[in-house]
Design a protein around this ligand. Structure first.
Ligand code: ADP
Ligand code: MG
Length: 357
């Protein structure tokens, strides 16, 4: 077992990947006003890399000489960290690259990992500048630990690495439809939820999963390339010890591996950075708009499961497969859109980088 925590050296050299278009477009301003003075006090020297376009951060970390840096810091939304994780996974030395401590500072409109880490640290639920200050303070302390990653494969042959969640249906629709309101910051999700409620749809497909055995230890981190030992090819039926959900009509399916879906959405209160678990939620068709709205309101405090809504199911799993009947609806990985097709994934407990806590 690796030690529970590592600690950043001092002085510390940080490469900051910053998306100036994130959220309300104030990431650079906030970085200079809030973050930089705190990091200077903590003897953390920063070199800022401002992204100019999508995929820019991906290319940067894929090709970068990482020995120059003690940590990689992402000042943006979850979307930019998703690029960074996948860029690191494309390197031939991915196993070493993932040992580089990663840090997320909330600069976007979707800051789910930052909210999760703030929650794990035992801090009060906060948003905006307060969340940014809390996360910067956590970076200043310099403690870091490991984080689970989920490997996803699609029928068309894509292999993706995800640190936050995979979704289909309602929740993903909200995420993508509301991107046009990014300037509203986190409020974009509230507005998007109300709009998507008005045009509520049903998605057909088959969902299967491998339940998490409570006592089971996470398998050791596999080697090059990380093999998906729990999965069989998408063309074959799932193994017999998997569970196939009998219903095939859903309003939404969401597999989350951290506690927060958004700053104000505590979807999986029990989740931890490296619990080796995919927290699988699905909403069966037939749920009323009012019941759905109640679930989202309750999620602000993480009490949605206490509603005992018969349409909402939660199961901790190690792997899942989703086979949509038609290429209908949007799928998302860590909040980024993905073409709708059969997809399966499995957890790689502690495979990954160190998120910091
Ligand atoms: P938000 O939380 O507001 O969605 P993200 O940081 O998640 O912010 O970024 C959203 C998207 O913007 C990502 O898909 C990323 O690839 C893309 N992106 C990164 N840099 C730029 C840029 N300079 N201009 C436009 N888009 C960018
Ligand atoms: Mg995003």
């Amino acid at each position: 077992r690796p030690p529970a925590y590592g600690v950043l050296p001092r002085p510390c050299r940080a490469l900051v990947l910053l998306n100036p278009q994130s959220g309300a477009g104030r990431a650079l301003e906030d970085f200079q006003a809030v973050v930089q003075p705190m990091l200077a006090e903590a003897d953390i020297a920063t070199t800022v890399f401002v992204t100019e376009r999508p995929h820019h951060a991906h290319e940067k970390v894929r090709d970068e000489d990482l020995s120059q840096w003690d940590t990689l810091v992402v000042m943006a939304g979850d979307g930019l960290l998703y690029e960074v994780v996948n860029g690191l996974m494309e390197r031939p030395d991915w196993e070493d690259a993932l040992k580089k401590p990663l840090c997320i500072l909330p600069g976007g409109s979707g800051n789910a990992l930052a909210a999760s880490i703030n929650h794990y640290a035992g801090n009060d639920h906060v948003a905006k500048k307060k969340l940014l200050t809390n996360c910067t303070f956590i970076l200043c302390k310099g403690l870091h630990t490991q984080m689970d990653l989920v490997s996803l494969s699609t029928a068309s042959g894509k292999r993706l690495f995800s640190f936050l969640g995979f979704g289909w249906g309602f929740i993903s629709d909200v995420d993508i439809d509301s991107e046009k309101y990014r300037r509203l910051g986190n409020a974009r999700f509230t507005l998007g939820t109300l709009q998507c409620l008005a045009k509520l749809r049903v998605y057909q497909g088959r969902l299967s999963y491998l339940p998490a055995a409570p006592e089971q230890d996470t398998p050791p981190a596999p080697r090059d390339p990380p093999a998906d030992s729990l999965l069989v090819p998408l063309g074959q039926p799932v193994p017999p010890h998997w569970t196939v959900v009998p219903e095939e009509e859903f309003v939404s399916v969401y597999a989350i591996y951290q506690s927060h879906l958004g700053t104000n959405l505590l979807m999986a209160p029990a989740a931890r950075l490296h619990d080796g678990c995919i927290h699988l939620f699905y909403l069966k068709a037939g749920i009323s708009r009012v019941a759905l709205l109640k679930i989202f309101l309750a999620m602000a405090r993480g009490t949605h499961l206490d509603l005992n809504c018969p349409h909402l199911r939660y199961v901790p799993v190690r792997a899942f497969r989703l086979e949509p009947r038609a290429a209908a609806g949007i799928m998302t990985v860590d909040g980024e859109a993905l073409a709708c097709e059969p997809v399966q994934g499995q957890i790689h407990g502690r495979l990954c980088p160190r998120g910091r806590q």
